[in-house]
Design a protein around this ligand. Structure first.
Ligand SMILES: N[C@@H](CCC[C@H](N)C(=O)O)C(=O)O
Length: 282
């Protein structure tokens, strides 16, 4: 039996999205890892399942290519919002995630804005392994930490090209200070309204964009006095506009693009662990 999927992306952060609202089956972590593998599956940065929800427009589940589940994915939220808005003929939807309800609207320019909620800035909410000021972690490079429903650390660097992300990214992702691992951002402040960002994503590696990472970066940059409350965050695959509203909510605006639709046969049995298909950056 084959399973229908749609391949979408937001600024090059790409997703295989399955619709499980008919209730036919639920994806296992091994099947998600299979779908995400760029050599033996379809290939993507995250696998997303849209599930039924009686009190929101849908529930969204998120898997990384290593089969781990994530609490938030900003770019995928815009893609799922695009699907739900098109099918309902509406310009606003609410998507439930394990981290809470996310409201999304489509603007006149076609871009989608998601209210990603307030960042969580207490050490226990990131989470960190021990009590610590999340504004400056006691690590070389003094990153700042924040949760946007998933854990992020941001290093502010003068020259992105000089950062060995392929080595530092995985090293920091697995640092004992992050008991649930973390997404690791490397940000260069161009000016207080423009930030250049690369993110080594937990369970996925270096991606072309990370929506929740862009939100965490703007929040951390503003807390450090490096950015305004609203900035353009330039990632490898495009630009996201991030605004940290006075009421504490973070708004993320960007595109949601459909690449293609397809069908694939899902393996029924758990698969042998396959290595991540990503090639780390030099
Ligand atoms: N691509 C995402 C984040 C996906 C989840 C992340 N790798 C995690 O494990 O927390 C985004 O756009 O936010």
């Amino acid at each position: 039996m084959s399973t229908a999927f749609v391949k979408m992306h937001g600024c090059g952060n790409d997703f295989v999205i399955l619709d499980e609202r008919a209730g036919s089956r639920a994806l296992s972590p091994e099947q998600a890892a299979f779908l995400a593998n760029r050599h033996t599956g379809i290939g993507c940065d995250q696998v997303i399942a849209i599930q039924p929800c009686s009190t929101a427009d849908a529930f969204m589940r998120i898997w990384n290519p290593d089969g781990s589940e994530a609490g938030a994915c900003g770019n995928a939220t815009r893609c799922v919002a695009d699907i739900l808005m098109r099918e309902a003929g509406r310009e606003a939807v609410t998507i439930r995630t394990v981290s809470g309800d996310l409201h999304a609207i489509r603007g006149a320019d076609g871009l989608i804005t998601v209210d990603m909620g307030p960042p969580r800035l207490d050490w226990a909410d990131v989470p960190l392994a021990e009590p610590m000021d999340t504004l400056r972690l006691g690590l070389p490079g003094e990153p700042a930490a924040a949760s946007m429903g998933n854990p992020h650390a941001t290093f502010f660097v003068p020259d992105l090209d000089a950062v060995p992300i392929g080595r530092l990214g995985p090293e920091m992702e697995h640092h004992p200070i992050f008991p649930q691992r973390a997404n690791i951002g490397f940000a260069h402040i161009i000016n207080p309204e423009t930030i250049r960002l690369k993110v080594w994503e937990r369970g996925a590696g270096l991606t072309l964009a990370c929506g929740s990472g862009a939100c965490a970066t703007l929040v951390n940059a503003h807390r450090r006095g490096l950015a305004q409350r609203r900035a353009q965050v330039i990632v490898d695959g495009g630009t996201l506009t991030i605004a940290w509203r006075d009421d504490g909510h973070v708004l993320m605006t960007g595109p949601a693009v459909t690449a293609f639709h397809g069908e694939i046969a899902l393996p029924k049995v758990p698969l042998a662990k396959v290595p991540l298909a990503k090639v780390p950056a030099a």
